[in-house]
Write a protein that binds this ligand. Structure first.
Ligand code: 3PG
Length: 392
């Protein structure tokens, strides 16, 4: 794909699609990782002499109903303080009259307020394209959506390219997945096998050890023939878990942390995996298991991490995730992490600086790992091919 760094942006109207879909509470941004990740792109465009229009969605508003709850106003304010310059929030930008001065930054109000955004409507895509000389797709976190601002617009913009954040994300994922340094370990945690089945299959073909955690691990523990008591697990996926266990090394817990209730005040008990009582639920991996998995991670050439291995939000069930976090931090291998819960764990255990690459993607990260084509990336590839053919 064509990259933003290959284009002359000077004096151009540049429309950058970012993923600024961040959590907001009481009118304030509560986690700004995605905003900070987009700063180098915005700064590079400004330094190159462009006028910058930013676009993003926030949440999932009902189309055509601009509910206040989903306004990008808090994002404009936060971005302005990070950039050290005003960021104007523009609500009315589809009337063909948007004015912008050179060096100015304008944030276009939530694209999901517009009818036709989610259905990739052609007229809307054309209206976005008409705003700019150059369209930059930089929203890796939304690259799995074929929507008007991420996909349709690419066909109609005078020039389209990939922004530095999107390009970096794709490079990091490619590094981890296409020719990984061995051994490669993947950690897939979270509550349900059903939501991660494609990821597990795809990784079973790529990695040397597939570490499962959380509710997902419980289904594998059941597949190995152990009782899981009251734990969250999916009986209908036990056969699939067995199939996966035949394909790749899945190191199952030898000890687990159990409790009889799921609460902040629950008493945590460590037990061998074959002694979980009928009234107990597994809420974390045990210390012996954590130690063994940590040693695998410390020796890995590549680590891909998506999902915690226990209910780490509650301290007494967070030790497993903490030990693995520290092992990832200590590992000299290339590590890549993605997904909302994973980022929260990285923050909680303070290892952000020691992970080689932290993705801004949740769903997009998973779809890439599943081996799916990201529609926005495919559209950029097509646009680059067409341009090359025209120039011949
Ligand atoms: C995300 O948070 O994963 C992206 O911003 C995409 O949001 P969506 O799932 O509402 O399309």
């Amino acid at each position: 794909v064509l990259k933003m760094s290959e284009l002359d942006l000077s004096g151009k109207r540049v429309l950058i699609r970012e993923d600024l879909n961040v959590p907001v509470k009481g009118g304030k941004v509560t986690s700004d990782a995605r905003i900070r990740a987009s700063l180098p792109t915005i700064q590079a465009a400004l330094d190159a002499g462009a006028s910058v229009m930013l676009m993003s969605h926030l949440g999932r508003p009902t189309e055509g109903e601009p509910a206040d709850e989903f306004t990008l106003a808090p994002v404009a304010e936060h971005l302005s303080s990070l950039l050290g310059k005003p960021v104007r929030l523009e609500k009315d930008y589809l009337n063909g009259k948007l004015e912008i001065a050179e060096g100015e930054v304008v944030l276009l109000e939530n694209v999901r307020y517009n009818k036709g955004e989610k259905t990739d409507d052609e007229a809307l895509a054309k209206a976005y394209a008409a705003l700019c000389d150059i369209y930059v797709m930089d929203a890796f976190g939304t690259a799995h959506r074929a929507q008007a601002s991420t996909h349709g617009v690419i066909r109609f913009a005078p020039q389209s390219c990939a922004g530095p954040l999107l390009a970096n994300e794709l490079d990091a994922l490619e590094k981890a997945l296409s020719a990984p340094k061995r051994p490669m370990a993947a950690i897939v945690g979270g509550s349900k096998v059903s939501t991660k089945l494609d990821v597990l299959y795809s990784l079973s073909e790529k990695c040397d050890q597939l570490i499962v955690g959380g509710g997902i691990a419980n289904t594998f523990i059941a597949a190995a023939g152990y009782g899981v008591g009251k734990s969250l697990y999916e009986a209908d996926l036990v056969d699939k878990a067995k199939e996966l266990m035949d394909k790749v090394e899945i190191p199952l817990p030898t000890d687990v942390v159990v409790a009889t209730e799921f609460s902040e005040s629950a008493t945590a008990t460590v037990k061998p995996v074959d002694q979980v009582g009928d009234d107990e639920m597994i809420l974390d991996i045990g210390p012996e298991t954590a130690k063994h998995l940590a040693s695998l991670l410390e020796n890995a050439g590549t680590i891909l991490w998506n999902g915690p291995v226990g209910v780490f939000e509650i301290d007494q069930f967070g030790k497993g995730t903490e030990v693995l976090s520290k092992a990832i931090a200590a590992s000299p291998g290339f590590s890549i992490a993605g997904g909302g819960d994973t980022l929260a764990a990285i923050d909680k255990y303070g290892i952000a600086d020691q992970v080689s690459y932290i993705s801004t993607g949740g769903g997009a990260f998973l779809e890439y790992v599943e081996g799916k084509t990201l529609p926005a990336v495919a559209a950029l590839e097509k646009a680059a091919q067409e341009k090359a053919a025209q120039e011949k």
